[in-house]
Design a protein around this ligand. Structure first.
Ligand SMILES: [Zn+2]
Length: 239
């Protein structure tokens, strides 16, 4: 696809949504989308004000050997997006965020188990399939490290970066963002429960099998619309 005005807007909204939901504290984190020529990604320019205030003008198409202009710079961790998109042809969008509950859970050795069911069915399914962990806490600023991250992600929808954050992929920006939100929601629940006592419960396979797949319109579309409404309500809508 080409990077048009509406793609810029969706990517800017995606950045605002993950920041507003508490997955990005200040200026760190980015969302990207595969384009015909390269990668459209949230960049930093001379007026950088943090992820929560991302403007469509902060979204640039990064193409090898083409300058960005306007004083903008691609993220240091662009290799996360470049290598994950290269390794996952079916994925078109990548979210990288410093999701605090995911980091806390991993550091405390709290496994992201499928311990919730109807509370958040997509999170349960991701956990049941396994959310892998990349065990290094480095800034992923080289192609080699990017390839390590992509290989740790494998075919999963989400990856924990120890002492760092998460990476999620999606067929769409909306799906990648909602997956990131869901992993953080699951981690938040497990961190709270683990503070009260050890958690080993997992939803039974029989019950998992009985729970419906409500479809991406419900799982991603409705949540995306809700998150956009939250931005509007807070006076943070793009436009
Ligand atoms: Zn990072």
């Amino acid at each position: 696809m080409a990077l048009d005005a509406s793609a810029r807007e969706v990517l800017a909204e995606a950045c605002r949504i993950i920041a507003h939901a508490g997955l990005a504290e200040d200026v760190l984190g980015h969302v990207s989308l595969r384009t015909d020529d390269g990668i459209a990604v949230r960049c930093r320019g001379p007026h950088e004000s943090g992820l929560l205030f991302t403007e469509p003008a902060d979204i640039h198409e990064v193409v090898p050997e083409r300058a960005l202009g306007g004083g903008y710079k691609a993220p240091n961790e662009l290799p996360i997006h470049a290598e994950v998109l290269a390794a996952r042809p079916e994925a078109h969008a990548v979210v990288h965020a410093h999701a605090p509950a995911v980091i806390a859970a991993d550091l405390a050795g709290v496994a992201l188990l499928p311990a919730v069911g109807a509370y958040n069915i997509p999170a349960m399914r991701m956990a049941a399939e396994g959310i892998p962990t990349y065990p290094r806490s480095l800034l992923i600023n080289t192609a080699e490290l990017g390839r390590e991250v992509a290989s740790a992600l494998g075919a999963a929808p989400a990856l924990v970066l120890r002492g760092h954050g998460i990476v999620t992929v999606g067929a769409t920006v909306e799906q990648a963002v909602v997956r990131a939100l869901n992993v953080e929601i699951l981690a938040r629940m497990l961190v709270s429960a683990s503070a009260l006592g050890p958690v080993s419960y997992t939803v039974t396979e029989a019950d998992m099998a009985m729970m419906p797949d409500l479809g991406s319109g419900f799982n991603d579309g409705f949540v995306w619309n809700y998150q956009r409404a939250r931005l509007r309500h807070a006076g943070l809508a793009v436009r």
